[in-house]
Write a protein that binds this ligand. Structure first.
Ligand code: AMP
Length: 466
């Protein structure tokens, strides 16, 4: 693979405060594990030298005590990575590291995706810098490194490279003396700032601040660059930004204990469930969530419908997201491995199952089969978001449009294909109402096909569906 790898990731950075920074990044990355499970890495600095350790697998697998001892210093950045099939190789694990002559190492972590890397490619080509086999994050690092080696400071180099980055990015960039945090002008992926003692923390989600005892300060503004070093914080607005946070962060992706644009993700999900119940009157004996992501929505659904809530599916906590498995067959096995139905709860019942989304339809089909074979009399599937009809190019990896079941089939046909007695989605207006943030401040592309950040040549892959 190479240039156009889609990624959804978690990033975390710490500067100052009198801590061994890597010791805080490590638990921070555990808290962000849901944002990426393929590889993990940390780069740290003691002001003299940059140290790096990264590897394939979960945070728990990648870092030993010895590794953490090696990652010295008061500043560090870290990354959890998730990419699509084919690109899951250690070569692309982050932090991306680039050696700059006479100036030590430059390290970069990225959450997001550049749907078109044309500008970057043209720039690198014009400077005779090879980019073959590099992904977007690696090309961004090359561009910043170029400006540093031509004499600019880290922050000036980032400023200079910024116009070349057309797409979605939350970045942390570090040399031996500074960390720069940068968010694209639409703020499609989340990034927040926290404080711990006199030091600063930057994280994809606020839940990671809680874990290390840091205080939430604010979201990093769209188009803002924050420079952090031992002397403190400097904020520079590089471009006038307008928030277009991806609504899918609320629907599925973020952890429920995080806050995005001042809203509790858990509360929003409960609202989604309540709204779903208001829009769909179902005759059922029990409501069960597809754990973990749909638990708040199922609670909201139960509250608004008066149908009792039961945890009818038990999740194996030691299996992570099945979506990650690139082949259809392994994904099917994955669902069974991950979720087991409780027969004594389901037997003879009319069951309303609440899930947050249907992407390819694999999970729902397997689930319904499982719940029926556990003895349920009827299975009604309720989805706490509208049909996903358009692929994502901004870093959460919903697949090609042809693989999205709702882009090919109307609801009645999906219902038949997955074997549900009935299938109901939340309406788009209902989604907006439950989220409670103006439509103009959200990216809704996976539901509407409206892409706020230019997707360049990818636009040709999109077909408008009714
Ligand atoms: P599918 O089996 O392809 O229909 O996937 C739907 C299931 O995957 C739902 O249960 C969601 O909770 C979950 N899901 C939705 N979007 C994503 C995503 N971008 N990455 C991983 N899992 C997802």
């Amino acid at each position: 693979m190479g240039k156009h790898i889609k990624e959804k990731c978690g990033i975390f950075g710490v500067v100052g405060g009198g801590f061994e920074a890597a010791r805080l990044i490590h638990p921070g990355l555990w808290a962000l594990q849901h944002r990426g499970q393929e590889s993990s890495g940390i780069a740290s600095s003691d002001g003299k030298k940059v140290y790096v350790h990264k590897g394939m697998g979960l945070v728990a697998h990648v870092f030993s005590e010895e590794n953490l001892r090696f990652l010295k210093g008061h500043m560090a950045i870290g990354h959890n990575r998730y990419s699509t099939s084919g690109a899951s190789i250690s070569k692309h694990a982050q932090p991306v590291v680039e050696k700059i002559n006479g100036k030590g190492l430059l390290a970069l972590v990225h959450n997001g995706n550049l749907p078109s890397a044309k500008k970057l490619e043209e720039f690198l080509k014009s400077r005779k810098i090879s980019f073959s086999g590099l992904n977007d994050s690696e090309m961004m690092t090359k561009a910043i490194a170029y400006f540093i080696s031509s004499g600019l400071s880290l922050e000036d180099a980032v400023k200079k490279a910024y116009p070349l980055f057309s797409g979605v990015f939350c970045l942390l960039i570090m040399d031996k003396s500074k960390v720069v945090a940068l968010r694209d002008a639409f703020g499609i992926r989340p990034l927040c700032l926290g404080q711990l003692n006199r030091g600063y923390v930057v994280a994809s989600e606020s839940c990671a601040l809680d874990i290390i005892g840091a205080k939430f300060v604010r979201d990093v503004r769209p188009g803002e660059m924050i420079v952090l070093d031992e002397s403190g914080l400097k904020s520079i607005q590089l471009e006038k930004g307008q928030s277009k946070l991806d609504v899918f962060e609320f629907v599925y992706f973020a952890r429920p204990d995080s806050y995005l644009l001042g809203k509790s993700v858990d509360e929003v999900r409960q609202n989604l469930g309540e709204q779903l119940a208001k829009e769909n009157k179902i005759e059922a004996d029990i409501v069960i969530p597809v754990p973990d992501s749909a638990i708040p929505a199922a609670l909201g659904f139960s509250r608004a419908s008066g149908i009792p809530f039961y945890p009818g599916l038990i999740k194996n906590r030691y299996i992570h997201r099945t979506f990650i498995m690139p082949e259809e067959h392994t994904r099917n096995v994955g669902v069974r491995l991950k979720l087991n139905p409780m027969k004594h709860i389901l037997k003879g019942k009319r069951v309303a199952v609440v899930d947050d989304s249907i992407v390819r339809g694999t999970t729902s089909k397997e689930l319904i089969k499982m719940i029926k074979s556990a003895g349920a009399k009827e299975v009604h599937l309720l989805i706490s978001s509208p049909p996903v009809k358009y692929p994502d190019f901004y870093g959460i990896d919903t697949p090609r449009q042809v693989d999205l079941i709702a882009s090919k089939k109307p609801v009645k046909e999906i219902e038949k294909e997955i074997g549900a007695d009935s299938l109901h989605y939340l309406s788009y207006q209902g989604l907006l109402k439950a989220v409670g943030i103006p439509e103009d401040n959200l990216c809704t592309s996976c539901f509407t096909g409206i892409y706020p950040v230019d997707i360049g040549e990818r636009a040709r892959q999109i077909k408008k569906v009714g």
